[in-house]
Structures are given as structure tokens and as C-alpha cells.
Design a protein around this ligand. Structure first.
Ligand code: GAL
Length: 763
């Protein structure tokens, strides 16, 4: 049988191209995911991560091999590597964003010690996408994603592709199973498939399908397609109870669509059996030789000339672009941080779509998008530049690796098969499109360009519109895939007017596109500030293009996106002001812009009632929740009758939210908050530790750049600068679990305020 074991533990690392001679004692003990260098959050050069390093792992086989083949599976290593086992080179891999595997079997020492070595080249190799030209993002080095050890029988499942069909009318399933036979004789096998609803124990029921026998020729791959028609799928009698079977529940559960609000997931288990006794109907299925579980969802996603449809319903897409990089740790973020990014984009920024600009991102991120109902536009690595034939060959491999890895994710609705913003190239893009359609006939392709009238070889015209407006589509289906970005970089400590204008630019574009019949949606540039090359950014190697900062903490533009969330999820009331007299040009806070999903807001200064206001539907007729733009709130320059401001939000006449502003705006509190209270003792798990200095009402004081010092006790470490000077009144570190369980306490101190502390459990 198959076993898949986590292989992240007990690696050795040396930031050098180590000849075999270097002793282990020169290496550092590390756990994956790993960044080849921990860097400050800004003010560093990309040259600092560009070097060749060596990873070693000594291991004994954790399970006896018996007759199985043993593979090592890498989810991603930046950017090219050579992998060896016990001194034998197994092969090379080029490309930092897609998975790769090596068969270890022939060189394994089954009863003794083994040494796996990875020589990792993290230089920006011009022969490998995205490089060759300039690139506005960084590709931090390291084996930065997970690694697994996989045992499989010589006859095993190489791939499963589950394709729900016509889910809205006569739902059915086609399941392509690719079977590999590594034995040197043909093999006769039987296949069994079971379908289950994965989210709730109440609905666990199984649909069993028996398929076979199939003969797989020696040393070959065979693909079979299991078809489950709607008669079987929707017929309750075909399902067999698992637990708590109740027919009425099952009737309701037999097919539930995956949608944004109810992201129902199903699972298919494919099992392979050998040596079935065919002439004996009472015999069992034979020798169980493989089992693979694949999660998927029933949904129909289509970009049409008049917009995007999910399950037959037109949905306006509102989204942001996402880079996979983080402060200090580069791209080496473990599962928890990957999932957190998806959660932030859905729940703190109210988006229904994210673009994985400009490369395939972590499997953990994508799985989370499936679980929470966040649509994804995923694209191949690149940035404006197209290289020679060999380079294009790697890019085609990227198309293949991306689609084969990810085509079971219901969240993914579009494949990006052009190098972001590259020029037309008929031959190359005809091939990427054909390959994508061949590998996945169920999804449309897009290809991101920055000018209208480029050659349209894809299914969806995905367009970066930096006109500060939304241009009328020339080609349809049409989606805006970037806007704003470098047109208006904004820091979380910029002047209030700029912060407000930054937010309003996002609001105006999203409002306008929502009113345009033939625009499917708009994905803004971008979710989070990110590190970049010297050719871009603000000089400190950050592009301040995010609606949140690099620590994923919101600017006012983040409040705009958050305010589009349905209030049944959470009520948002956030004024885009510091309530200071002299921060804006000429002074005052006129107009007072408030991002909120309330339908009315009352404004008080002290006890004086200043009015009850409604959203600005004139300027923003199309947004679900138009910003409030309030004029006439007086704040006279220098006058001393200065009192606190109070905003009160109402929905359906009921008071639901309040925000208070301190007229003295003095630092009152050091806040310290960890995103999680429990981490796994695996040496890699991490959570974010946010710290802020606020006024007495909890409002961030963005010009407070005080230094905060930290102490940590217990089996964990802090990652990031310590002490840390606040950025815009806030910042974050990461807490990284060690290998021992226990209690961790972090204390933070800063002059003139009470210290703060948080406690976590490592288990
Ligand atoms: C686009 C590009 C993005 C980013 C953005 C900044 O042209 O596709 O990667 O550089 O500009 O606005």
C-alpha cells in the first residue's frame, strides 16, 4: 500500500555550494519550509538570497520498503536544483514554483543510512522563468515548501482528475485515473471508487463504483475514465450509509454545490486491487495495492460575454492580487500562514477572487481557497519577458505542472497561460493554450496583457487597466486583472489625504466596473505590500502597492474592501481619518470618508449631534456598500473647543457599531496579539505576532515610530527584528514553534506605556 510521510524534519543546511567533503558539523540543523536567508523586512538587496546552497538529509527508511518504490516529492524549491541519493545523481529540476519528484528506489540503502543531498541554485537564472528581463517581485531562495516521502506499489495511481459535469442539470462525474505500472510484466488490476461528502459527519455516505479489470502493460501508463452518471449520482439507493445515515438527510446531501457562501467539498477515493479471484464471486476484491483521496467540488464556473457566472448565477468579481512573499521569511511560510493569507483576503478584505500573481502558489493556500469559497485565477511564472526556445520549454512545463497539480481545486476558475504583460507571441501562446485545454477541458484560459487589441488566443481577455478608469472592453469575456498599483503607491504612514485618495481610487474602479455589463470583475493591485528589485518600489525594496502593508495590516484601502463584506458576516465601521486638526493640507477632516457596511451613520462631537448620514450613492451607485463621504464636520485650526468624535452605525434602524476618536490622540496602549493560541511542535509552524500603539479608544497612531523590545520564554523563537521600531504605529513578528511542547510567553515593552504579553501553547 501507499504511504505518504512528511519529510520536512531533520535537514542540514549550509549556505554554500558544498563539496561532498564538508562535514555535517559545518551545517545548521533546520526544518522545512526553509528560507536560505532570513532578511529584514526591507532595505536589503536581492543579491543577498542569490547563492548556491546545500541541503542534506540523513535518514533510514521509516517503513520497510517491501516491494514498493520510494519517491521523494518536493512541493517547491527556488529556483533550480540537483538531487542526489547516496552519491548518485537522481536528476535536476528547473523552476521554483511547481512540484517535482525523484524515484529513490534504485539507490536506497534499505537497511542502513541514506544521504539525500540537494544542491540548490537560488540565483536569478536568466534561463528560467520568471527571469531573463526585469521582474517586479522577489524569488527568495530555499526549499521553501513541504517535502514528502512516498511509498507506492509498482502498480500505482499516478494521477486522478475529477471532472464534475453539467452540475446544474444532469450532474455526473468523469474521473480520469492514470495508472502506472513500474513492474516488468503486464498487470491486471481492479479499481474501486468511493465518493463522499467531506464537510460534515452527518452527511457521510458512500457511493461505490467497481471498475475493471484493466491490464496495464509493463513499464507503461494507462488512463481510464470512470463515469458516474446522474442516474447513479442522484439515486439514493446507490449510496450506502456510512454513519448516522438518515434518508431525509441524505436526500438533501446527495449533491450540494460548491459556492462562495457554502463551499461544499466532496472526496473521491480511488482504490486499486490486484489478483482478484474472478471466478469466485464471494472473494474480496483482491490485494489492495493503492489508494488516493482527491477532494473536489460540484460547481459550474463560466466567463461569458456579459460577465462571470457561478452555478448559473451572475457574480461581479471583486478581488486583489497576491504575492507569496512575507517579511523576513521570504516565501518559506508554513501551512498556517498560507491559510491565513487566504482567510485575510476573504474575511478581512471581502474579496471573492484572488489572482496568484505571477506564479502557482502554495498548495495550502489553494486548499484553503477551496474550503472558504474564494475563487482563484492562477497563472504561470513570468513577468513581461519571453525567452528562447528552451526558456519557453520550461514555461510549457510550468503550464503542465500547474494544471496537473491544481485541476481538482473547485476554487480555481481560470488558468493564466501567458507570461504576465508580455508581448504577443502567436506560436508560443497557441501552444500554452492548446496544452491547457488538453490538460483541462473544463476551465477557460486567460492571459494577462496591458494593452487592448493584443492578440486574443485565450478564452477570457484578462487585462491590466492602469488608466485610472475602467476601459470599455474591446474583447469579451473580459476581466480587469490589475489596476492602481504603481499609479498611486501608498504607505501605511503616508499623509491622511493620500491614504484616503488611495482607498477612494480602489473604490471608484470597483464601483465603475460593477456597473459595466460586459466586465466580469476587477482584481486590484494588490493585497499586500511586497519586496521587490531595485528597478521598482520606493527605494527600500518594497512596492507599497498593497491595500494592506507587508505585515498584512490594513491601510484605509483595506477598510474599503472590508466594508464590501455583507454585514451578516461582520459589521464594518471605519473612518479614514486620524481626527487631527492639522494633518491634511489646510487642516480639518473635510470630507470625512467612512468605509462601512452600515446603512446610516450618526456623527457626534462631544455631545453635539452633527447629523445622520447615508452612503454616497451618487458617487458610488454600484458598490454593495458605498463609502460615506461627509462634508461640514468642522475642526477649526487652533481653536481649543476640541472634543472627542463618536460615530454610530445603524442597520435597519438598529445601532450596530460605534467608533470613537480621541481628540488628544495620545499613545495609551501597547497592544500585542498573536493570530493563534496554539502551534504544532514541529519546528516549522508559525503565527503572526501583531503589535500596535493605540490611543485610548484602540485607534492606531500611524506616526508613532517608537521602538518595542521583546522577550520570549518557552519552546519557540521570534522571527524579525528585535527591538523593532513601529511602522505606521504597528508591525508584526512571527513566532516559530520549536520541537518541544510547552507554554510560550512573549512580553513586549516600550517606553512610557505598560508592557504587554501573550501566551501560547505549543503542542
Ligand atoms: C504591473 C505588473 C505587476 C506590478 C504592477 C504594479 O504592470 O503586472 O506585477 O508590477 O504593475 O502596479
Amino acid at each position: 500500500m501507499r504511504s505518504v510521510l512528511n519529510f520536512n524534519q531533520d535537514w542540514l543546511y549550509l549556505p554554500e555550494d558544498a563539496a561532498a567533503k564538508r562535514p555535517d558539523s559545518d551545517f545548521e540543523a533546520i526544518t522545512l519550509p526553509h528560507t536560505n536567508i532570513v532578511l529584514p523586512y526591507h532595505n536589503f538587496d536581492n543579491a543577498e538570497y542569490q547563492f548556491i546552497s546545500t541541503y542534506r538529509k540523513h535518514f533510514r527508511l521509516p517503513e520497510p520498503r517491501t516491494d514498493r518504490r520510494v519517491y521523494v516529492d518536493f512541493d517547491g524549491a527556488m529556483i533550480a536544483c540537483t538531487v542526489s541519493l547516496n552519491g548518485h545523481v537522481l536528476g535536476d529540476h528547473e523552476g521554483g514554483f511547481t512540484p517535482f519528484s525523484f524515484d529513490l528506489t534504485d539507490y536506497l540503502n534499505e537497511d542502513g543510512d541514506n544521504l539525500l543531498t540537494v544542491r540548490l541554485d537560488s540565483t536569478e537564472r536568466p534561463d528560467i522563468p520568471p527571469y531573463g528581463g526585469v521582474v517586479d517581485y522577489l524569488t527568495f531562495g530555499g526549499i521553501y515548501r513541504d517535502v514528502h516521502l512516498r511509498y507506492v506499489e509498482p502498480v500505482h495511481i499516478a494521477d486522478v482528475f475529477v471532472r464534475p459535469k453539467t452540475v446544474l442539470t444532469t450532474p455526473g462525474l468523469e474521473i480520469d485515473v492514470t495508472l502506472r505500472n513500474q513492474a516488468d510484466t503486464p498487470q491486471l488490476i481492479d479499481i474501486w471508487a468511493a465518493l463522499e461528502h467531506c464537510q460534515s459527519a452527518r452527511y457521510q455516505a458512500k457511493l461505490d463504483v467497481d471498475y475493471g479489470p484493466v491490464t496495464i502493460p509493463a513499464s507503461e501508463e494507462t488512463r481510464i475514465t470512470i463515469i458516474i452518471d446522474s442516474g447513479t449520482l442522484l439515486n439514493l439507493d446507490s449510496w450506502s450509509p456510512n454513519i448516522n445515515h438518515d434518508v431525509s438527510e441524505l436526500a438533501d446531501a446527495s449533491l450540494r454545490l460548491w459556492s462562495l457562501d457554502t463551499p461544499n467539498l466532496y472526496g473521491v477515493t480511488i482504490e486499486v486491487f490486484k489478483d482478484r479471484q474472478r471466478n469466485d464471486p464471494a472473494s474480496n476484491l483482491g490485494k489492495h495495492s493503492d489508494s488516493v483521496y482527491t477532494r473536489f467540488g460540484f460547481r459550474e464556473a463560466q466567463f461569458r460575454d456579459d460577465g462571470f457566472y457561478l452555478n448559473g448565477e451572475k457574480i461581479k468579481l471583486i478581488g486583489l492580487n497576491h504575492h507569496q512573499t512575507y517579511p523576513s521569511i521570504g516565501a518559506a511560510a508554513p501551512k498556517r500562514l498560507q491559510e491565513k493569507d487566504a482567510d485575510i483576503i476573504k474575511y478581512e478584505l471581502g474579496c471573492n477572487i484572488v489572482r496568484t500573481s505571477h506564479y502557482p502558489q502554495s498548495p495550502h493556500f489553494l486548499r484553503r481557497c477551496d474550503e472558504i469559497g474564494l475563487l482563484v485565477f492562477e497563472e504561470i511564472p513570468g513577468w513581461q519577458f519571453i525567452g528562447d526556445e528552451d526558456w519557453q520549454g520550461i514555461s510549457l512545463r510550468d503550464v503542465e505542472a500547474m494544471i496537473t497539480r491544481d485541476r481538482n481545486h473547485p476554487s480555481i476558475v481560470l488558468w493564466g497561460v501567458r507570461i504576465n504583460e508580455s508581448l504577443d507571441n502567436t506560436a508560443f501562446y497557441t501552444r500554452t493554450n492548446a496544452l491547457a485545454h488538453q490538460l483541462d477541458p473544463t476551465r477557460q484560459t486567460g492571459g494577462v496583457r496591458f494593452w487592448q487589441h493584443s492578440e486574443f488566443l485565450e478564452d477570457v481577455y484578462t487585462f491590466n487597466d492602469f488608466s485610472n478608469d475602467v476601459q470599455e472592453p474591446v474583447q469579451t469575456p473580459h476581466m480587469v486583472t490589475e489596476f492602481n498599483g504603481h499609479m498611486f503607491p501608498t504607505k501605511s504612514f503616508d499623509q491622511e489625504e493620500r491614504m484616503v485618495e488611495h482607498a477612494l481610487r480602489h473604490a471608484r474602479i470597483q464601483d465603475k466596473q460593477m456597473g459595466m455589463e460586459r466586465v466580469s470583475g476587477a482584481i486590484g493591485w494588490c493585497a499586500f505590500d511586497y519586496n521587490t528589485h531595485k528597478e521598482f518600489g520606493s527605494g527600500d525594496r518594497i512596492c507599497y502597492h498593497g491595500v494592506m502593508d507587508i505585515f498584512r495590516l490594513p491601510k484605509y484601502a483595506g477598510y474599503f474592501y472590508e466594508s464590501q463584506i455583507d454585514p451578516s458576516h461582520h459589521v464594518v465601521l471605519r473612518a479614514a481619518t486620524l481626527y487631527a486638526r492639522g494633518e491634511r493640507s489646510v487642516g480639518g477632516i473635510d470630507p470625512l470618508v467612512i468605509f462601512s457596511n452600515c446603512d446610516e451613520i450618526e456623527v457626534y462631537q462631544g455631545t453635539a449631534f452633527k447629523g445622520k448620514f447615508t452612503p454616497d450613492r451618487e458617487q458610488f451607485p454600484n458598490l454593495p456598500h458605498a463609502p460615506f463621504v461627509i462634508t461640514g464636520i468642522e475642526m477649526k485650526w487652533g481653536s481649543h473647543d476640541y472634543v472627542d468624535m463618536r460615530l454610530v452605525g445603524f442597520i435597519d434602524g438598529k445601532q450596530v457599531a460605534e467608533q470613537l476618536f480621541d481628540h488628544r490622540s495620545l499613545p495609551a496602549r501597547l497592544e500585542l496579539r498573536a493570530d493563534d493560541d496554539t502551534l504544532h511542535a514541529d519546528g516549522a509552524d508559525m503565527t503572526r505576532l501583531v503589535f500596535r500603539i493605540t490611543d485610548r479608544y484602540g485607534n492606531r497612531l500611524p506616526f508613532t515610530d517608537q521602538v518595542v523590545s521583546f522577550e520570549i520564554d518557552g519552546p519557540a523563537q521570534l522571527i524579525g527584528a528585535n527591538p523593532f521600531a513601529l511602522i505606521g504605529g504597528q508591525a508584526a513578528l512571527y513566532i516559530k514553534a520549536g520541537h518541544k511542547p510547552g507554554t510560550v510567553t512573549v512580553r513586549a515593552v516600550t517606553p512610557r506605556l505598560d508592557p504587554a504579553s501573550v501566551t501560547l501553547t505549543i503542542q
